[in-house]
Design a protein around this ligand. Structure first.
Ligand code: PLP
Length: 469
């Protein structure tokens, strides 16, 4: 086996997600080689609290022997069969479990390989649905700025994070973005009710512009996760669902992050936000990241309508070699069993509000612009100069916080200037205290480093007041 130094060098041959090509050959990424519970360990043996749970995914925590055993057993029993014409026990069983747990009549499951392929397949299903209904023009998709829905061509196109949009090509004919319902951007002096009306009107106006007869589906995350944990105003999703119903549009709730306990429930759409959408996409916590898998769940109503109207040609010609992979399904079944047996959703309903309360204590740090979240999803957004939208500066502060937190024993991996906390559901109150305390110190040390550098280069006073101790 190569040494850690060799592996770090060889890693430069691995093109990572969002890799900066200019840095290829010079990357020195942290090499992790072990995980247990809420902690991972780097190649020097340092223990790090995994605040993002990998990428919002390791919901049952690292190192679950039971899942490893279930995966092993399934590989030895049967590694793989083609899902085109045959099935396996785990795939069928897992579909039935998900149908049972999903809201309303979302009783059919399409298995994908991750979140992007789940979203992409769900959007293609919406197109298929309207084709079968004899409405081939009804194809346009409305989604949100700051939303993230994946990295397939269509998933990337419906994503709305402007800072990701500059270097690639996207589908722009069929896809339209409305403003994210971001309470931080509520204009001064308007009431919460008026702000909600304004956010809903954005959807109505876009439908009017595109023409309801052309609009197929609205896509929204219950909470915009990678956009920076944006919690929409209360009632937003219900009102948007009503708008969709009034315009014969489908509603896709992208629960790739919010499902499987992050908000204290298996699915958040109905239990937290009071909606039964037409389609839910999910991934990540579906298998707690042990094996890649994604899925979309779809309403019986749509399936019935396709059956009635599609006639003999209702073939949904979309799918993957690994749709319903038995090993992934076996991991998913065991993952769900652990979540239910250990009452992890209930635990998250207790620790979630505690996490939010502790995160709010960071507000006294001068560069902290906002702290927000819900359940076990939280975000602290930092800005060096208030109101200045400067990408380089935002990267600088995020990278420094990341560096200092990691030295202190905390993984934050900021989304530019936003540190997102989404720990395993197993996290305890004591571990939350520890996490928030390291985060505070990390932000303060980053600030101190910037101020020292500024003072050295200009000899001028710092632009921020001294942080509270
Ligand atoms: C809401 C949402 N949808 C879709 C995706 C894409 O999932 P994946 O990276 O598994 O393809 C993500 C990934 O972060 C996500 O957060």
């Amino acid at each position: 086996m190569s040494s850690a130094a060799e592996l770090k060098q060889n890693d430069n041959l691995f093109i990572h997600p969002w890799d900066d090509m200019a840095k290829i050959g010079k990357h020195e990424r942290t090499l992790l080689d072990r995980g247990e519970g809420v902690y991972v360990y780097d190649s020097d043996g340092n223990r790090l609290l995994d605040a993002p749970a990998g990428m919002w995914c390791v919901n049952v925590g690292h190192g679950r022997q039971e899942i490893a055993q279930a995966v092993y057993d399934q590989i030895m029993a049967l590694t793989y069969v083609s899902p085109w014409s045959m099935t396996t026990g785990p795939a069928a069983e897992f579909a039935a479990q998900l149908a049972e747990l999903s809201p309303g009549d979302l009783n059919h499951v399409f298995f994908a390989t991750g979140g992007s392929t789940a979203v992409d397949s769900a959007l293609r299903f919406a197109h298929f649905y309207n084709n079968m209904r004899g409405m081939p023009n009804k194809k346009h998709i409305i989604s949100q700025k700051r939303g993230y829905h994946g990295s397939t061509y269509l998933g990337g196109s419906v994503s709305g994070k402007e800072r990701d949009k500059s270097n690639l090509h996207f589908e722009t004919e069929l896809v339209h973005h409305i403003d994210a319902p971001h309470p931080l951007h509520k204009p001064a002096g308007i009431s919460d009710a008026d702000f909600l009306d304004h956010c809903v009107a954005n959807l109505e106006n876009m439908i009017a512009e595109v023409g309801a007869e052309n609009c197929a589906i609205f896509v929204a995350e219950p909470i915009l996760a990678s956009g920076g944990v944006i919690v929409p105003p209360a009632g937003y999703h219900q009102r948007c669902l009503e708008v969709c119903r009034n315009n014969d549009m489908l509603y896709l709730s992208d629960e790739v992050v919010t499902a499987f306990g992050r908000l204290g429930h298996c699915f958040a759409s109905e239990d937290v936000f009071g909606i039964v959408p037409d389609i839910i996409t999910t991934a990540k916590g579906l298998t707690s990241g042990y094996i890649p898998m994604g899925a979309f769940l779809v309403s019986d109503r749509l399936i019935d309508e396709i059956k009635q109207k599609g006639g003999d040609t209702a073939v949904f010609s979309n799918g993957f070699t690994y749709s319903g992979h038995p090993v992934a399904a076996a991991a998913g079944i065991k993952n769900l069993e652990i979540m239910q047996r250990e009452k992890l959703f209930e635990q998250a309903r207790d620790t979630g509000p505690y996490l939010q309360q502790q995160m709010q204590t960071l507000r006294d740090i001068p560069i902290v612009r906002d702290v927000r979240g819900m359940g076990l999803m939280a975000c602290v957004e930092c800005e060096l100069i208030q109101g200045k939208d400067d990408l380089a500066m935002d990267y600088e502060i995020g990278n420094l916080i990341d560096k200092h937190c990691q030295k202190l024993g905390l993984i934050v991996r900021p989304i530019i200037n936003m540190c997102v906390m989404s720990p395993p559901l197993t996290i305890t109150r004591e571990q939350i205290d520890d996490m928030v305390s390291m985060l505070r110190q990390g932000i303060l040390l980053a600030l101190e480093e910037i101020e020292n550098a500024e003072a050295t280069s200009t000899g001028a006073d710092s632009r921020h007041p001294s942080p509270a101790a």
